[in-house]
Design a protein. Structure first.
Lengths: 144, 383
């Protein structure tokens, strides 16, 4: 049987992490192809429903990444995001989802290497955990 | 199911277009574009699309106020519920409160392999027994607790108070470690498929548990089990709301209360009141506590006003106006405490009172408490 390939949905802020992912690409840093990136304007605009819908759609892990605390273009986006993630974690915990499946990071524009490392780590972790308990809800299989 | 079947089933064809529904509808009072009569008319005249793609379809509170007035006995809430399921088939999901998180959680719960950690709050203080033939339905409280942290409402307080009250009355109920949501919200937003899956799962769990009675602290769960589950699954046991159980047990010898000197008023939850006709049990419980003086609001019992949102569908400024109206009525009575018997009523009232958009602080403030919490505080000695 082929090895399990986790699928990660990443919400990346336009100003920092999306640019960092871009930098990782242009610098030709290798990282696993298991991640799909959704560009959002700010990590603070990520609504819990985005994460829940990602799991409903069969994501094995979700990454929310944006600017560092002092770098936000909208002043307090990361603070809002942290508060949202903290609350959502408690809900997902009751639902019986492993904590590692939702990851919150802060990656600045210049940190392409960090972005690649995070994705690598996350893929390794998710491979150990196996498919998400909600993967059976996925209506159609998406090729990695 | 198509629109024609719904019209037949809910006897919508009897509609006289008298407009009593719209005139009594609490939503239509504030929202000028919402009209139950208009929605029925578009269905009867064959403009199904106008009904299904109407954003107002999700504004209905399904609170059954209209049906009290309807001379033709049109079952409008069921009409809306079924029309919503057609809307869902057409990709219309309505604008749901909390961006639809609660509905999403229900869909996630249909996964057969999840192992929920829903009983982590349970401490030794509460006596539960696996051998008991009474099951206490915890419901969504473990999910509501983190979601509504910021309005300082912990739904688990109601669960804990209910357990304490049951313990004091000599009942050690059973709890299911992996019960799933009853599916109420999924059903009323038109997601019948999710509801059916949840109902089948829960019914199998309950059968396995072999209980005779299920006690609810939430009227929505109670309604769903009592009226909707029989259409889909066979439960094979009795269901009861905690207020009914308390009313039954309180008359028995040996139950002693502390005196609580307070003037209180009671909000009838729409699911418990108009849906199921339970008006007297909670009042009987309140009146049996010494020192409690029960005063009724301007609209109470059959006429009582809904808390403004049901099944987490619509929640807009009109819903808030409704809450403010209801809270004003409660304050007008001179009561210091507003008692409800539904965790959702409490969520909505508390939310209105901490509303950040309320710059002029015009929302009347009153302490809100669940019936079970009051009783748990008042019982001194059990049987």
């Amino acid at each position: 049987m082929a090895e399990f390939e986790p699928q990660i949905l990443a919400f990346c802020c336009n100003w920092c992490t999306y640019a960092a992912a871009d930098l990782a690409g242009t610098s030709r840093i290798h990282y696993p192809p298991n991640v799909r990136i959704v560009r959002v304007m700010c990590s603070g605009m990520v609504n819990p429903i985005y994460v829940l819908k990602a799991f409903e759609g069969g994501a094995d892990g979700v990454l929310i990444s944006g600017c560092h605390l002092s770098d936000c273009h909208y002043l307090d986006g990361p603070v809002k995001c942290d508060a949202m993630v903290e609350k959502l974690r408690k809900v997902l915990h009751v639902l019986g989802l492993e904590d590692e499946r939702l990851r919150r990071e802060m990656v600045a524009t210049s940190e392409g290497v960090v972005f690649a490392r995070i994705i690598k780590e996350m893929v390794e972790q998710l491979k150990k955990l196996g498919p998400s308990p909600f993967s059976s809800l996925r209506k159609e299989k998406v090729a990695v | 199911m198509n629109l024609e079947d719904i019209i037949q089933e809910t006897k919508t064809y009897n509609c006289l277009e008298c407009g009593k529904c719209t005139s009594i509808c609490p939503v239509a009072k504030y929202d000028p574009s919402y009209s139950p009569r208009g929605l029925i008319e578009s269905a009867l005249l064959g403009f199904g699309d106008e009904l299904v793609f109407n954003k107002e379809l999700f504004s209905c509170l399904t609170c059954y106020t209209c049906q009290q007035e309807c001379p033709s006995d049109v079952d409008f809430p069921i009409f809306i519920r079924k029309a919503r399921s057609i809307a869902q088939d057409n990709g219309q999901y309505g604008v749901c409160a909390h961006s639809g998180q609660l509905q999403s959680l229900q869909r996630l719960m249909t996964s057969p392999v999840i192992k929920q950690k829903r009983l982590e709050w349970l401490s030794k203080e509460y006596h539960v027994s696996d051998k008991s033939d009474v099951l206490f339905w915890v419901g969504c409280a473990p999910y509501f607790a983190p979601i509504f942290e910021d309005i300082e409402f912990n739904a688990l307080d109601i669960t804990k108070a209910s357990l304490r009250a049951l313990n004091l009355l000599g009942i050690e109920p059973k709890l299911l470690p992996n019960e799933k949501c009853c599916g109420h919200d999924a059903l009323w937003t038109g997601d019948v498929e999710t509801f059916r899956k949840l109902a089948e799962y829960n019914a199998a769990q309950i059968k396995e548990a072999g209980v005779k009675k299920i006690v609810f602290s939430c009227p929505e769960g109670y309604r769903t089990f009592k009226l909707d589950y029989p259409n889909y699954v066979d439960l094979g046991c009795e269901v009861q709301h905690i207020s009914e159980l308390l009313a039954e047990k309180i008359g028995e010898n040996g139950v002693k209360f502390k005196e609580i000197k307070k003037k209180v008023t009671y909000q009838d939850p729409c699911r418990l009141g108009r849906h199921l006709g339970v008006y007297d049990a909670p009042r009987k419980v309140l009146e049996s506590i010494p020192g409690i003086e029960l005063v009724e609001m301007r609209h109470s019992g059959l006429e009582s006003i809904c808390c403004g949102t049901s099944a987490w569908t619509n929640c807009d400024s009109y819903s808030n106006m409704l809450r403010v109206e209801r809270l004003s009525e409660a304050v007008e009575t001179g009561a210091e405490l507003l008692i409800t018997a539904c965790p959702k009523c409490q969520t909505h009232f508390r939310c209105a009172m901490v509303d950040k958009g309320d710059e002029h602080r015009t929302t009347p403030k009153i302490e809100v408490m669940d019936l079970a919490s009051l009783v748990a505080n008042a019982i001194e000695e059990g049987r």
